[in-house]
Design a binder for this molecule. Structure first.
Ligand code: DAH
Length: 347
């Protein structure tokens, strides 16, 4: 009995961790443990001897059991103390800064379309938001009495009393940038003009300020076929789906002849995108200082906000300009996710 006792008490004292301690417990008190087996052996003894041996074994068993329990809790305390040494936390430190700003979907989509058209060789042109009547209308073959002027719900700037010149306007489309680009660069030319435009209109799909993307290409023998290819290529890259369904429909714009509207069915977004386009009208080329006998070109215009709504499934245009932080956090893009044609264009 004494041997048994000494053996296990010293093994318990020597156990370095809870795993080692557990194997000592099994060796002594497990089903096949030495002390357990000894207790089972009592059955074969004479009653007198069994009584004495049984009592002594009980004492040994109790001693080993309580030594095990004491060692176990000592080891658990030591393990905890060790962990706490490495897992401390300085609660007086300020919190780590959470990313705060996001890129607005309009900015993101503007970057995306710019990247796509850059691949196709288009530069970027910009123009003023407060535009002359001439650039916004006349130069685009929209004379004073043309119905387009009233259809566009134009915001007019004020003129001084007695000044009879036509007032400046908040540009109603990005098309005046066509004229500015032509006057600046001459032909050949290939550029897009993304930017803000303004019309007095407000409902779920209209806001008084919105964004358009204009594009044009002028060269010696540009045709509707080039226009079609270019828009198809753009839609495939932008929506990142093969086999985009495009439908060209005869239409009318004062600044193009012939004119076509392109309907793009975005079944995945449950919506439709409409692109205005056509061959640049000779009068428009002339206004841009380009000889229509020598040059021809195509042009197109589309809504950037609409592109964003379709690609990213944003239902209400008005929310774009509410500056609601919850909306911006939900629909915004991380600042470092700059879109590139090679790196992926969003989503
Ligand atoms: N400027 C037109 C608008 O605001 C859009 C447009 C249509 C632009 C046809 C174009 C074009 O360049 O060729 O509704």
């Amino acid at each position: 009995m004494d041997g048994l006792r000494e053996k296990y008490l010293s093994e318990i004292a020597a156990a370095k961790d809870e795993v080692a301690l557990e194997s000592v417990r099994l060796a002594a008190l497990g089903k096949k443990g030495e002390i357990s087996l000894a207790m089972q052996g009592l059955r074969d003894m004479e009653p007198e001897a069994r009584k004495a041996a049984g009592a002594a074994l009980n004492v040994v068993r109790d001693e080993v059991q309580s030594a095990l329990a004491a060692a176990k809790s000592a080891l658990a305390d030591a393990a905890l103390a060790e962990r706490l040494k490495t897992e401390w936390l300085d609660v007086t430190l300020p919190p780590r800064p959470a990313p705060q700003g996001t890129i607005h979907p309009v900015s993101q989509v503007t970057e995306e379309v710019t990247a796509i058209f850059a691949e196709l060789g288009f530069a970027v042109e910009e123009g003023p938001h407060i535009e002359t009547d001439w650039h916004n209308f006349d130069a685009l073959n929209i004379p004073a009495e043309h119905p387009t002027r009233t259809e566009m719900d134009t915001f007019y700037m004020a003129r001084a009393e007695g000044d009879e010149r036509p007032p400046h306007v908040l540009r109603t489309h990005t098309s005046p940038v066509q004229i500015r680009g032509m006057l600046k660069h001459g032909a050949p030319a290939r550029f897009i003009c993304p930017g803000r435009v303004y019309r007095a209109d407000y409902d779920i799909t209209h806001t008084p300020m919105f964004h358009q993307l204009e594009g044009l290409a002028i060269d010696r023998d540009v045709s509707m076929a080039n226009l079609k290819w270019c828009l198809e290529e753009f839609c495939r890259a932008f929506f990142e789906v093969e086999g985009v369904e495009l439908r060209f429909r005869a239409s009318h714009f004062p600044f193009t002849e012939p004119s076509a509207e392109v309907d793009i069915r975005c079944s995945w977004a449950g919506g439709q995108l409409r692109i205005g386009s056509g061959m640049i009208h000779p009068n428009v080329l002339r206004a841009g200082g380009i000889d229509p006998e020598l040059w021809q070109g195509f042009a197109f215009g589309m809504g950037i906000d609409r592109l964003a709504m379709l690609k990213y499934g944003i239902p209400d245009l008005r929310a774009f300009f509410d500056s609601d932080l919850r909306w911006l956090r939900h629909y915004g893009f991380a600042a470092l996710d700059a879109p590139t044609a090679h790196g992926g264009l969003g989503a």
